[in-house]
Design a protein around this ligand. Structure first.
Ligand SMILES: [Ca+2]
Ligand SMILES: [Ca+2]
Ligand SMILES: [Ca+2]
Length: 139
């Protein structure tokens, strides 16, 4: 992400991880963990691994979420490309199962699409009928 600049010698590099219902970082997303690493010294095309520990905060319900990593969110490092410092991956939160994941995906789709309540209710009923039929076949 930061390899496009010739070399990085930063006093402080900020890395943050957020939980989001979509792959877009916005003010509604829950900050899970962040760190400020002193003494970063990267050469072009080199990399460094950082570990951020977090537990599910109380505001994050079980289900599927996107983890979004934001590097240099406070813009302490000047780069030739400031628009490639985010990455996201969809994960299942601790304590979830496939039904909760499907339900979370459904709720995320409704929230992202801003589906009107009558249509959302119909869509959710259809998805849950499908979940019930699928789980019935498995068990
Ligand atoms: Ca978001
Ligand atoms: Ca920057
Ligand atoms: Ca960049």
């Amino acid at each position: 992400m930061l390899s496009e600049i010739k070399a990085i010698k930063a006093e402080l590099l900020e890395i943050s991880i957020f939980a989001s219902t979509d792959s877009i970082l916005d003010s509604n997303d829950q900050l899970l963990s962040s760190l400020r690493s002193p003494g970063v010294n990267l050469l072009p095309s080199s990399s460094q691994t950082y570990t951020l520990d977090f537990t599910n905060p109380e505001g994050v319900a079980p289900g599927a979420y996107y983890l979004i990593t934001d590097i240099d969110g406070d813009d302490a490092i000047t780069e030739s490309n400031e628009n490639n410092n985010l990455a996201s991956a969809r994960v299942s939160a601790t304590g979830t199962d496939v039904v909760l994941d499907w339900n979370a995906t459904l709720l995320n789709a409704v929230a992202t699409d801003r589906t009107a309540p009558p249509l959302a209710a119909r869509n959710m009923a259809m998805v849950h009928a499908g979940i019930y039929a699928t789980v019935s076949l498995i068990s």
